[in-house]
Structures are given as C-alpha cells and as structure tokens.
Design a protein around this ligand. Structure first.
Ligand code: GAP
Length: 448
C-alpha cells in the first residue's frame, strides 16, 4: 500500500530528523527507501527501552534467563520451523504502474481494488512471496551455501532450549528472553520506522507444562497480557485510549499459533499492530524434536506463550504518545494575550535520552561557565546530562523540550553569590531555586 501520511506523522518525522533521533539511511547517496539510522538521541532512547525491558523481564525475574543467538543460523532451522514453507505474503502487481502490494492490504473503492499510486484497477493474480532474506555463506553462490537472515529472534531461543536447560537447570514454567535484529523482505514497508525490512525485536518464549485443559495455558497467557499492558503504560502510552486489543481471527493466525492478541496502537496513520502475544502450543519444540524431562524422568514437550515486542515500534509509539504542542504564556507579561506554541516530548523520565541539561546563563562569562561545568561534571556521573551554551536560554529550553529533557539547570549571576541555580521543569515549565549542594538529592527523588 502506498505510504499513508498525515500532518502529525510528518511533524514527528521532521522533529526526529531536526533533533537527531532518526535520520534517513545513506542520505548522502540519495537515501535507501524505508531504511533509517538512529542518531544520538534516538540511540539513547532505544537503549533505554531495551535496558528497561531486559531488567524488567529478564534480570528481575527468577523464572527468566537471557540469550543472544546468531542472526544467520543453519538453514535447516527455517525448514523445521515452517518459515521456508509458510512465511509468505500474497503479492499482487498493478498492471499499469507495476507497483507491488500485499494482496490483503489492497483498498477497495466502488467495490473494486484500486492502485493507490495510479488509480489502476487491473492487477496480476496473487503470488506467494517468501519474506526471508536469502544470502550465501562463503564465496560460492550455489544452493548448498544458501542461508537466511532470521525473520524473528524466536527460533534462536527454541534451538537453544536444551543448552539452556542443561546449563541453568531451570524448571517449568520458565522463559528465555532475547533482544536482537530481525529481517523481513516486506512488500510494503513504510510509515517511517513502523514497518522496515531491518528491525529489532524483544521476544520471550515462556515454556509451560503440557496443558491438561484450556485454562492451564490461559492463565499464563493472561499473566503475560497484563505484563504487556503494564509495559505499555510504562512507555507513556495511555492504554485505555490508544490501545486496541485485537483477537486475531483464526484464518489470519500465523502457522504456529493457536491464539494471538495483537495490541494495536492508534498511530497517526491508523490503528496498527504494536506488539503480539501468541500461544504457540508445542509447535516449535516439536518441530525441532526437542523435549523436557521432569523430576520423575517423565519426558514431554512443553508448550509456549510468546510476548513479542518490536523495539522500533516501541520508539514510534512512545514518540507519538509523548509529542505535544502547547500554547505558552506570553513573555514578559504572562497574563496578557496568547504566547507562542511550544513543541514538547513529554516522555517518561526513565525514557528521556537526556535527563538534565545544564546551562550557563551567558557563554562569554567564564565564572558562569566554570560553575555550570562543575555542576555538569558532577551530575553526569549519575544521569545522562547535556551541557548547552548555544543561543539564549529561551532557545535552549525549546531545544530541550523537543528532545524531551525533564529538567534544565541554569547558572546565573545569583548562583555566584548564593550557590544556587534555577531548575526548570519540562512539563509545568515552573522554575525553582535549588542550592547546588542539594541538587543531587533533588534529582535523586525525581529521576531514580
Ligand atoms: N516471533 C513472533 C513474531 O515475530 P510478529 O507479529 O511477526 O511475530 C512481532 O512480530 C513484533 O515485531 C511485531 O508486533 C512488531 O512490533 C515487530 N515487527 C514485525 N515486523 C516488523 C517490521 N517489518 N518492522 C518493524 N517492526 C516489526
């Protein structure tokens, strides 16, 4: 489908580029369609998401361990997992302009499918197209050397199931978490970082005993559903307003799934899948001929609940939920008339790429710069900080608001007399004076 855009999405995309969150990839060579690079603030935001996920779902839980498997695995993995045969999208081509579409995403107008590019209504019949990227391992490009870039991180977990049981002695129920890149040769990438051919996943395969009845797996499924809702709230998403839980209809389930919930987020370009939660039954371990022995030596194949989260979609949803345009009170008379509009990213503190920005009021006053540098050096040992002496303070506030920095500290002439600074809060824009020696405690209360 042609890339749908709207004004809000364009504003967010433009902010990302202007402020160094996301750049079009290979831009100096004309770019590479639907491929993006994460800039200095984007990489911090992504890292905050991945670190938080890892801590919450791997390190803080006794029933979880982590893994980092290879991206290119033995191609037999993809044969056994069913991806070679089943991981396909139906592809059609407009006969007039030759644009390709996923057949199930074509839009109908007046009861006819219509090409969004040229308005044509004549399409080729649908062909199945495997989404895995193919490559060759070693110098010889023949069938014996074909390999695939992994289309999901999940299979790296399944094929290591025995290694993990043998080395950690984990007992059911337990899970394995992994964060890593996945690749899909998507027919219709687009909508900024929403659907790309290279993306990153945070996946958990949670192994449970063989269910004797439906309730046995449903209780684990429900537990993970709640965990995912908590995670989305933590990201700053208003779950009640912005998330729709789609119970994926049977005919649209992936080949391995008995039940899937898609958590759909109301993106500016439409309501689309943010994360998925699937009951994969014993499909994968059975396909890889892996089993488990309990304390009595009884062998069986565990079942699996899979919460699967995209890092890039987490970034996009967090940015969309945080993006605000607000009228500010006019200066210097806040009670008179209307002020300017400010753009602000109201990110949760843990997610903000910079926690505290430190400014000297004037960059050409060495005593202010020296004091501000001392404060910056001190705070940066605990928090991601930024020192900024460019332009006037108003401009610096605007820049930090757009990056989503929760606090700005300004060193002015009073600071030299009274050993205090102005701390400005991003959301309320209120300013308070705080003694320099109390700054660490002040931020510890707010940022830790
Ligand atoms: N292991 C299960 C699995 O891969 P999926 O629904 O195909 O399930 C899981 O993908 C998540 O990965 C999605 O909910 C989404 O967050 C992310 N994802 C999938 N394809 C993507 C793409 N082309 N671009 C960005 N993120 C993607």
């Amino acid at each position: 489908m042609a890339e749908e855009k709207n004004e809000l999405m364009e504003k967010i995309e433009s902010l990302c580029k202007r402020r160094g969150f996301v750049f079009p990839s290979s831009e100096i060579y004309g770019g590479m369609a639907n491929t993006w690079d994460y800039g200095p603030y984007g990489v911090e935001l992504r890292k905050n998401i991945k670190d938080r996920w890892w801590k919450k779902f791997v390190q803080d839980r006794e029933d979880m361990v982590g893994l980092d498997a290879a991206l290119i695995m033995n191609p037999k993995v993809w044969e056994a997992s069913g991806h070679l045969k089943e991981f396909k999208d139906p592809l059609v081509e407009c006969k007039k302009c030759h644009i390709r579409y996923k057949a199930d995403e074509l839009n109908k107008k007046w009861n006819k499918y219509v090409c969004e590019n040229c308005g044509g209504t004549d399409f080729t019949s649908s062909k199945n197209f495997n989404l895995m990227f193919k490559t060759f391992v070693g110098p010889i490009e023949d069938v014996d050397n074909i390999a695939y870039l992994r289309p999901e991180t999940a299979q790296g977990i399944f094929v290591n199931f025995k290694n993990i049981i043998d080395t950690t002695r984990k007992k059911l129920p337990f899970g394995i978490g992994q964060i890593g890149k996945a690749f899909r040769n998507e027919i219709t990438p687009g909508n900024f970082i929403f659907r790309t051919r290279e993306f990153e996943q945070m996946e958990i395969e949670y192994f449970i005993p063989v269910p004797k009845k439906d309730k046995d797996w449903e209780k684990y499924f429900e537990g993970w559903r709640r965990e995912m809702i908590d995670w989305m709230k933590d990201l700053g998403i208003d779950v009640k307003k912005e998330i729709y839980e789609l119970n994926v209809p049977k005919e649209q389930l992936a080949h391995y799934s008995k039940k899937t919930i898609d958590f759909e987020y109301k993106f500016p370009f439409g309501q689309k899948e943010l994360y998925g939660l699937a009951y994969r039954t014993d499909f994968d371990l059975k396909s890889h001929r892996l089993d488990y022995s309990d304390e009595n030596g009884e062998k069986f194949i565990p079942h699996v609940i899979e919460p699967s989260l995209g890092v890039d979609r987490s970034v996009l949803a967090a940015l969309c939920s945080a993006y605000k345009e607000e009228k500010t009170p006019p200066q210097p008379s806040p009670s008179k008339g209307e002020g300017a509009t400010r753009v602000v990213l109201k990110l949760p503190n843990w997610l903000a790429p910079v926690k505290v920005a430190v400014f000297p009021l004037l960059k050409n006053k060495p005593e202010l710069v020296k004091k501000a540098k001392e404060i910056f050096d001190n705070l940066k040992t605990n928090y991601a900080c930024e020192f900024d002496d460019n332009g006037n303070v108003g401009k610096r506030y605007r820049r930090q608001d757009e990056i989503g920095t929760p606090y700005c500290v300004t060193v002015d002439f009073d600071s030299l007399e009274n050993d205090d600074v102005t701390v400005r809060d991003r959301d309320s824009m209120k300013q308070v004076r705080v003694k320099i020696k109390e700054l660490e405690d002040y931020f510890r209360d707010k940022l830790d």
